[in-house]
Write a protein of this length. Structure first.
Length: 120
């Protein structure tokens, strides 16, 4: 599993791990029921504290992206479609917030739509 950490980012490391794993699940890089590294193994690979990885895994488990099976390890959920739906909903919410910010500074919806249109 390849996870890039930006140590200069304001985003906490554990959240970067969460976002990267969610992205890899959504892109089908990490497959349903695929085993992922143990907490200590990933911590060593990334050169970070195991508690940071544990926090990321706990968050992923709460979001139902991963499942821990005692004595067997940690696995990607088999409900990948739900993970994708949640990610899309989050991205849409972020877009709505950004549109609201643009409107708050005086840009109308028509101008926002014009700027968002991709040229063909």
């Amino acid at each position: 599993m390849n996870i890039a950490i930006d140590y200069q980012s304001r985003v906490p490391i554990y959240e970067q791990i969460v976002l990267e794993i969610e992205k890899q699940v959504a892109l089908n890089i990490l497959k349903p029921n695929e085993q992922i590294p143990a907490i200590r193994e990933l911590a060593v690979n990334l050169g970070i504290n195991p508690n940071t990885v544990k926090k990321a895994y706990d968050t992923l488990e709460q979001r139902k992206v991963i499942i821990s099976k005692s004595t067997k390890g940690t696995f990607i959920t088999d409900n990948v479609d739900e993970v994708k739906r949640i990610m899309v909903d989050k991205i849409i919410d972020d877009i709505k917030k950004n549109i609201q910010e643009l409107e708050n500074i005086g840009i109308n919806k028509e101008d926002i739509i014009k700027k968002l249109k991709v040229s063909e």
